[in-house]
Ligand binder design. Structure first.
Ligand code: MLC
Ligand code: AMP
Length: 511
């Protein structure tokens, strides 16, 4: 049996290959045949490069249907897909490319100069360009390749993708996901979320993270469902498309922004079947407001780069899942079928219902480990094979999982992760800076944003503006603190450790 994820996705294409698979906001229509042929041509191009098994294809391009086809082509060719956030700048890309040593790098034409320099320095043999207007050397070269391609044979645990997720301390870690991790998760969600014939997905998320790349794309493809494809989230456009669609997936910020639109009404949303939220905590206010405005109850689910989806609120009462009847705001629902979830204290004891501790998981969706970091991998798993999520929560008396916080020092801003240690490292390198602390505070749009608190060296002058400007020149835009304060001292406990909880409290009403 071939465990290649693409084989399963391809098998789910509808029999009418001329039907529309993707419709874009610019009025372009792609048929299922287009997806099949273009991914075959790109796969043949990749195959012609004669890369070793397990070679990585690193991709930092603007969202486009062709970028999705490149993902499918990479799977098809049995290679490993490595998506990179378009906001990443040179220092970030240098690290990922240096660490993953991809054989192929695909970037936008506009970035070719600096990206190719980094890639060639790291030993990458092939750098292609792909733009969001159907141009670039990747498509030029693929145009000469055959549109027939036999899907490469893969074993269940062969790698399909590496997703970098920042480390609490030190540098980012590449989570290695296998064909089976991804396919088993997609199949589970297809059943659990009741995907059915005629479903149409509004795809408005970026395609370099789990949510937009795996949950959304695999969901639609495995169901043979059409997608409305938006290169960038636009609340007005999503609302305008609701009468022709049935499923939407978004991070909480997207729901907050749609609620600010007067066109969001019960009538406008009446054709929709399912609204799914995740990647960051959905405020209970947003959950209730959405119910009132649209008549729909958002289904919140919880996942990670290392595991894809872990828990979900129920779609509807179902005899197969006894007791899982309603979607409850403020919870992330039940462990998905096949996922085992437990809560442990710091000493490694399982905690009973209602008690708060570290969430640990096990299941066919849980990743194989971090790329070339066996020690880190070992640290993050328990002796009996459970992955420590770094999320803190409990299981309530009805079995719903509730996330109450994180033991990892992480800020989730508009669904993107920001690791304070990384930002603090950059600030501490700046002239005149003695020390810094980055804390997450509530924000009405992004849910949570970073605020930097900085101490200057004795006699040195440091301005908040200079700190922000210095970070902007080096880091992805979503990592930039929304405010910076230069102060005389940081609050410390008796051990001398900075008390971030006090800083969070001090700045909690800033936005
Ligand atoms: C943009 N900015 C952000 C930001 N996105 N700042 C903090 N957090 C973010 N998420 C910055 C911009 O650089 C800009 O700064 C300013 O904020 C305003 O930008 P904007 O035009 O309002 O932003 P926009 O382009 O509309 O993007 C907002 C967004 C986007 C919410 C649409 O961030 C987004 O698509 N988020 C989804 C992320 C996602 O897919 N996460 C899934 C992870 S998977 P300046 O200074 O340049 O003006 C995962 C697992 C799981 O977590 O469970 O799913
Ligand atoms: P990432 O590493 O980008 O995949 O982010 C994963 C993290 O996002 C998880 O460990 C959680 O902290 C957080 N997360 C995802 N979904 C939810 C949710 N529904 N509620 C709260 N936090 C979530």
């Amino acid at each position: 049996m071939n465990h290649n994820l693409f084989a399963a996705l391809r098998a789910a294409f509808p029999s009418d290959l001329n039907a529309t698979a993707v419709e874009t906001e610019d009025g372009l229509f792609y048929s299922w045949r287009d997806l099949d042929r273009a991914s075959a041509m790109m796969a043949n191009l990749l195959t012609s490069l004669k890369l070793p098994r397990g070679a990585r294809v690193a991709v930092q391009v603007e969202k486009s249907v062709e970028a999705m086809m490149l993902y499918l082509a990479t799977l098809r060719a049995g290679l490993v897909f490595l998506p990179l956030n378009t906001a990443y700048q040179s220092a970030e890309i240098e690290y990922f490319v240096g660490n993953a040593e991809p054989s192929v790098v695909v970037c936008s034409g506009a970035n070719f100069g600096w990206v190719s320099k980094i890639a060639f320095k790291a030993g990458t043999a092939h750098v292609f360009t792909l733009n969001d207007d159907r141009t670039g050397t990747l498509l030029e070269r693929a145009a000469h390749c055959s549109d027939q391609h036999a899907v490469v044979q893969n074993k269940a645990d062969d790698l399909a993708a590496i997703l970098y997720t920042s480390g609490t301390t030190g540098r980012s870690k590449g989570a290695m996901l296998s064909h089976h991790n991804l396919l088993s998760n997609a199949q589970t969600l297809k059943t659990y979320w009741g995907w059915k014939k005629g479903d149409v997905l509004i795809h408005a998320l970026p395609i370099f993270h789990v949510h937009g790349l795996f949950v959304a794309i695999h969901g639609a493809l495995l169901n043979g469902s059409k997608m409305f494809w938006m290169s960038k989230f636009d609340p007005k456009l999503v609302i305008a498309k609701m009468p022709e669609a049935t499923v939407f997936m978004g991070v909480p910020t997207l729901y907050v922004r749609m609620l600010a639109e007067p066109t969001l009404t019960k009538a406008q949303a009446s054709h929709m079947r399912l609204f799914i939220a995740g990647s960051a905590p959905l405020l209970i206010e947003t959950f209730h407001e959405w119910q009132q405005r649209t008549g729909h109850t958002i289904l919140e689910r919880y996942g990670m780069s290392e595991t894809a989806m872990l828990t979900s609120n129920p779609y509807q009462a179902d005899a197969r899942y006894p007791g899982q009847t309603e979607r409850r705001g403020g919870t992330v629902g039940f462990p998905l079928p096949g996922v085992s979830l437990r809560v442990q204290d710091d000493q490694g004891h399982n905690l009973p219902v209602g008690e708060i501790g570290g969430i640990q998981v096990n299941g066919p969706n849980v990743f194989a480990g971090y790329w070339r970091m066996p020690e880190k991998t070992k640290e993050e798993f328990t002796a009996d094979g459970y992955f420590k999520t770094g999320d803190v929560g409990k299981v309530d008396e009805r079995g719903y999982v509730v996330i109450v916080g994180r033991s990892k020092d992480l800020i989730i801003s508009g669904g993107y992760n920001v690791y304070p240690a990384e930002i603090e490292g950059y600030i501490n390198e700046m002239p005149g800076v003695a020390e810094s602390a980055l804390v997450g505070v509530p924000h009405p749009d992004f849910g949570e944003v970073g605020v930097a608190v900085v101490i200057a060296k004795p006699g040195a002058k440091v301005s908040a503006e200079a700190v922000i400007a210095g970070l902007k020149s080096q880091l992805a835009n979503f990592k930039i603190p929304k405010k910076c304060f230069v102060v005389d001292a940081l609050p410390r406990n008796t051990m001398g450790k900075v008390q971030k909880n006090l800083l969070r409290d001090q700045y909690k009403a800033l936005f």
